[in-house]
Design a binder for this molecule. Structure first.
Ligand SMILES: C[S@@+](CC[C@H](N)C(=O)[O-])C[C@H]1O[C@@H](n2cnc3c(N)ncnc32)[C@H](O)[C@@H]1O
Length: 228
Protein backbone atom coordinates (compact mmCIF):
# COMPACT_ATOMS: atom_id res chain seq x y z
CA UNK A 1 0.00 0.00 0.00
CA UNK A 2 1.34 3.50 -0.89
CA UNK A 3 2.12 5.71 2.12
CA UNK A 4 -1.15 7.48 2.98
CA UNK A 5 -1.25 11.28 3.03
CA UNK A 6 -1.48 13.03 6.39
CA UNK A 7 -4.91 14.48 7.20
CA UNK A 8 -4.54 18.26 6.57
CA UNK A 9 -4.85 20.63 9.54
CA UNK A 10 -7.34 23.52 9.50
CA UNK A 11 -7.51 24.33 13.22
CA UNK A 12 -6.25 27.92 13.01
CA UNK A 13 -8.09 28.73 9.77
CA UNK A 14 -11.39 27.06 10.71
CA UNK A 15 -11.46 26.30 14.47
CA UNK A 16 -15.27 26.10 14.50
CA UNK A 17 -15.26 22.88 12.45
CA UNK A 18 -13.53 20.99 15.28
CA UNK A 19 -15.60 22.82 17.91
CA UNK A 20 -18.86 21.87 16.20
CA UNK A 21 -17.80 18.19 16.02
CA UNK A 22 -16.82 18.22 19.69
CA UNK A 23 -20.16 19.81 20.66
CA UNK A 24 -22.17 17.25 18.69
CA UNK A 25 -20.21 14.32 20.13
CA UNK A 26 -20.74 15.64 23.64
CA UNK A 27 -24.47 16.14 23.08
CA UNK A 28 -25.29 12.89 21.28
CA UNK A 29 -22.63 10.31 22.14
CA UNK A 30 -23.28 7.52 24.60
CA UNK A 31 -19.55 7.17 25.26
CA UNK A 32 -16.87 9.52 26.52
CA UNK A 33 -13.44 9.00 24.98
CA UNK A 34 -11.74 11.23 27.54
CA UNK A 35 -13.16 9.32 30.51
CA UNK A 36 -11.97 6.14 28.80
CA UNK A 37 -8.48 7.60 28.38
CA UNK A 38 -8.50 8.80 32.01
CA UNK A 39 -9.25 5.24 33.11
CA UNK A 40 -5.87 4.22 31.63
CA UNK A 41 -4.05 6.99 33.48
CA UNK A 42 -5.08 6.42 37.08
CA UNK A 43 -1.49 6.11 38.31
CA UNK A 44 -0.10 9.08 36.35
CA UNK A 45 0.37 12.46 37.98
CA UNK A 46 2.15 14.63 35.38
CA UNK A 47 0.64 14.27 31.90
CA UNK A 48 1.67 15.90 28.60
CA UNK A 49 -1.35 16.14 26.26
CA UNK A 50 0.05 16.43 22.73
CA UNK A 51 -2.53 17.94 20.35
CA UNK A 52 -4.50 19.18 23.36
CA UNK A 53 -6.77 21.62 21.44
CA UNK A 54 -8.80 23.61 23.98
CA UNK A 55 -8.37 21.19 26.86
CA UNK A 56 -10.99 18.49 26.46
CA UNK A 57 -8.76 15.88 28.16
CA UNK A 58 -7.73 18.24 30.95
CA UNK A 59 -11.41 18.84 31.73
CA UNK A 60 -11.91 15.09 32.16
CA UNK A 61 -8.94 14.77 34.55
CA UNK A 62 -9.21 17.69 37.02
CA UNK A 63 -7.08 15.80 39.58
CA UNK A 64 -4.02 15.47 37.29
CA UNK A 65 -1.30 17.94 36.36
CA UNK A 66 -1.89 18.23 32.59
CA UNK A 67 0.39 20.28 30.34
CA UNK A 68 -1.18 21.09 26.97
CA UNK A 69 0.93 21.08 23.79
CA UNK A 70 -0.47 22.07 20.41
CA UNK A 71 0.58 23.70 17.16
CA UNK A 72 -2.67 25.67 16.77
CA UNK A 73 -2.42 28.94 18.68
CA UNK A 74 -6.18 29.58 18.31
CA UNK A 75 -6.89 26.51 20.42
CA UNK A 76 -3.91 26.76 22.74
CA UNK A 77 -5.00 30.23 23.91
CA UNK A 78 -8.13 28.61 25.37
CA UNK A 79 -6.26 25.75 27.06
CA UNK A 80 -5.59 26.55 30.72
CA UNK A 81 -1.93 26.99 31.66
CA UNK A 82 0.51 25.30 31.65
CA UNK A 83 0.57 25.01 27.88
CA UNK A 84 3.15 25.19 25.13
CA UNK A 85 3.01 25.82 21.41
CA UNK A 86 5.15 23.21 19.70
CA UNK A 87 5.07 20.30 17.30
CA UNK A 88 4.59 16.73 18.38
CA UNK A 89 7.75 15.97 16.41
CA UNK A 90 9.98 18.30 18.51
CA UNK A 91 8.69 18.28 22.09
CA UNK A 92 10.42 21.06 24.08
CA UNK A 93 10.95 19.05 27.29
CA UNK A 94 13.85 17.04 28.65
CA UNK A 95 14.10 13.25 28.50
CA UNK A 96 12.29 11.27 31.23
CA UNK A 97 9.94 14.08 32.34
CA UNK A 98 6.34 12.79 32.23
CA UNK A 99 4.37 9.95 33.84
CA UNK A 100 2.14 9.89 30.75
CA UNK A 101 1.93 11.37 27.26
CA UNK A 102 -1.36 11.42 25.35
CA UNK A 103 -1.81 11.83 21.60
CA UNK A 104 -5.58 11.78 21.08
CA UNK A 105 -7.03 11.95 17.58
CA UNK A 106 -3.96 13.71 16.24
CA UNK A 107 -1.30 11.29 14.94
CA UNK A 108 -3.16 11.01 11.60
CA UNK A 109 -2.07 14.61 10.98
CA UNK A 110 1.56 13.50 10.71
CA UNK A 111 3.03 12.01 7.54
CA UNK A 112 5.23 9.87 9.81
CA UNK A 113 3.56 9.30 13.20
CA UNK A 114 6.59 7.35 14.43
CA UNK A 115 8.55 10.63 14.73
CA UNK A 116 6.02 11.86 17.30
CA UNK A 117 5.90 8.46 19.01
CA UNK A 118 9.70 8.51 19.42
CA UNK A 119 9.48 12.01 20.91
CA UNK A 120 6.72 10.86 23.28
CA UNK A 121 8.87 7.92 24.38
CA UNK A 122 11.87 10.19 24.92
CA UNK A 123 10.01 12.53 27.30
CA UNK A 124 8.31 9.68 29.21
CA UNK A 125 9.84 8.59 32.49
CA UNK A 126 10.93 4.93 32.64
CA UNK A 127 7.72 2.95 33.19
CA UNK A 128 5.68 5.89 31.81
CA UNK A 129 2.66 5.35 29.62
CA UNK A 130 1.68 6.62 26.16
CA UNK A 131 -2.05 6.73 25.40
CA UNK A 132 -2.96 7.33 21.75
CA UNK A 133 -6.42 7.28 20.24
CA UNK A 134 -7.67 7.20 16.70
CA UNK A 135 -10.67 6.31 14.58
CA UNK A 136 -10.99 3.48 12.09
CA UNK A 137 -11.29 3.87 8.32
CA UNK A 138 -14.46 1.81 8.66
CA UNK A 139 -15.91 4.25 11.24
CA UNK A 140 -19.56 5.39 10.79
CA UNK A 141 -20.52 2.95 7.98
CA UNK A 142 -24.00 4.54 7.94
CA UNK A 143 -22.43 7.45 6.01
CA UNK A 144 -20.42 5.45 3.49
CA UNK A 145 -22.71 6.56 0.59
CA UNK A 146 -21.95 10.20 1.35
CA UNK A 147 -18.21 10.36 1.84
CA UNK A 148 -14.94 8.87 0.74
CA UNK A 149 -12.50 8.20 3.49
CA UNK A 150 -8.96 7.86 2.17
CA UNK A 151 -6.52 6.00 4.41
CA UNK A 152 -4.53 8.11 6.86
CA UNK A 153 -1.09 7.36 8.36
CA UNK A 154 -2.72 6.38 11.69
CA UNK A 155 -6.05 4.60 11.18
CA UNK A 156 -7.14 2.24 13.97
CA UNK A 157 -6.75 -0.72 11.59
CA UNK A 158 -2.94 -0.30 11.46
CA UNK A 159 -2.25 1.95 14.47
CA UNK A 160 -1.18 -0.93 16.80
CA UNK A 161 1.55 -1.98 14.31
CA UNK A 162 2.70 1.65 13.98
CA UNK A 163 2.98 2.08 17.77
CA UNK A 164 4.78 -1.29 18.02
CA UNK A 165 7.59 0.04 15.82
CA UNK A 166 8.50 2.37 18.73
CA UNK A 167 7.14 0.67 21.89
CA UNK A 168 7.43 -3.09 22.66
CA UNK A 169 4.58 -3.22 25.13
CA UNK A 170 1.28 -2.14 23.48
CA UNK A 171 -2.30 -2.90 24.57
CA UNK A 172 -5.37 -2.14 22.41
CA UNK A 173 -8.71 -0.99 23.82
CA UNK A 174 -10.94 -0.96 20.72
CA UNK A 175 -14.63 -0.21 20.15
CA UNK A 176 -17.15 -1.09 17.44
CA UNK A 177 -20.58 -0.14 18.70
CA UNK A 178 -23.65 2.04 18.08
CA UNK A 179 -22.42 4.96 20.18
CA UNK A 180 -23.99 8.09 18.69
CA UNK A 181 -27.66 8.85 18.03
CA UNK A 182 -28.31 11.90 15.87
CA UNK A 183 -31.85 13.12 16.56
CA UNK A 184 -32.54 15.47 13.62
CA UNK A 185 -31.71 16.05 9.96
CA UNK A 186 -29.86 19.20 11.01
CA UNK A 187 -27.65 17.25 13.41
CA UNK A 188 -26.80 14.76 10.61
CA UNK A 189 -25.78 17.64 8.33
CA UNK A 190 -23.69 19.33 11.01
CA UNK A 191 -22.07 16.04 12.08
CA UNK A 192 -20.93 15.41 8.49
CA UNK A 193 -19.77 18.99 7.92
CA UNK A 194 -17.66 18.71 11.09
CA UNK A 195 -16.10 15.63 9.50
CA UNK A 196 -15.16 17.51 6.32
CA UNK A 197 -17.93 16.09 4.15
CA UNK A 198 -18.85 18.47 1.29
CA UNK A 199 -21.90 20.66 1.88
CA UNK A 200 -23.91 19.07 -0.95
CA UNK A 201 -23.34 15.50 0.30
CA UNK A 202 -24.06 16.51 3.91
CA UNK A 203 -27.36 18.10 2.83
CA UNK A 204 -28.26 15.00 0.81
CA UNK A 205 -27.54 12.70 3.79
CA UNK A 206 -29.70 14.93 5.98
CA UNK A 207 -32.58 14.60 3.48
CA UNK A 208 -32.23 10.88 2.84
CA UNK A 209 -31.39 9.27 6.20
CA UNK A 210 -34.17 8.52 8.69
CA UNK A 211 -33.94 10.03 12.15
CA UNK A 212 -33.12 9.30 14.86
CA UNK A 213 -29.99 7.86 13.23
CA UNK A 214 -27.75 5.57 15.26
CA UNK A 215 -24.13 5.71 14.14
CA UNK A 216 -21.63 2.88 14.59
CA UNK A 217 -18.38 4.21 16.01
CA UNK A 218 -15.14 2.28 15.40
CA UNK A 219 -11.77 3.20 16.79
CA UNK A 220 -9.19 2.39 19.42
CA UNK A 221 -7.20 3.62 22.36
CA UNK A 222 -3.64 2.27 22.38
CA UNK A 223 -1.76 2.02 25.64
CA UNK A 224 2.02 1.66 25.38
CA UNK A 225 4.59 1.50 28.13
CA UNK A 226 8.22 2.64 28.18
CA UNK A 227 10.37 0.00 29.91
CA UNK A 228 10.94 0.71 33.62
C1 LIG B 1 -8.63 16.42 15.88
S1 LIG B 1 -7.85 17.55 16.94
C2 LIG B 1 -7.87 16.57 18.44
C3 LIG B 1 -7.87 17.41 19.67
C4 LIG B 1 -8.06 16.68 20.99
N1 LIG B 1 -6.88 15.88 21.33
C5 LIG B 1 -9.28 15.80 20.94
O1 LIG B 1 -9.16 14.58 21.12
O2 LIG B 1 -10.39 16.34 20.74
C6 LIG B 1 -6.12 17.48 16.50
C7 LIG B 1 -5.26 18.44 17.29
O3 LIG B 1 -3.89 18.14 17.03
C8 LIG B 1 -3.19 19.35 16.80
N2 LIG B 1 -2.02 19.05 15.95
C9 LIG B 1 -2.03 18.64 14.66
N3 LIG B 1 -0.77 18.42 14.25
C10 LIG B 1 0.05 18.69 15.30
C11 LIG B 1 1.46 18.63 15.52
N4 LIG B 1 2.31 18.26 14.55
N5 LIG B 1 1.94 18.95 16.73
C12 LIG B 1 1.10 19.34 17.74
N6 LIG B 1 -0.24 19.42 17.59
C13 LIG B 1 -0.77 19.09 16.39
C14 LIG B 1 -4.21 20.25 16.14
O4 LIG B 1 -3.84 21.62 16.22
C15 LIG B 1 -5.47 19.90 16.92
O5 LIG B 1 -5.59 20.65 18.09
Amino acid sequence: MATPDAVPVDYDSNPDRYRSGARLSKAYSQANLYARVASHLTSADLVLDVGCAEGVLREAMPDKRVIGLDMAITFLRNHPEPRVQASATAIPFQDNTFDAVTTLNMLYHLADPTQALREAKRVLKPGGVLVASTIARSDSPEFSAYRERPPSPFDAEEAPQVVRTVFDDVEVDAWDAPLITLPTAESIRDYLLARRVAEEAAQRAARELAVPLTVTKRGAVLIARKPA
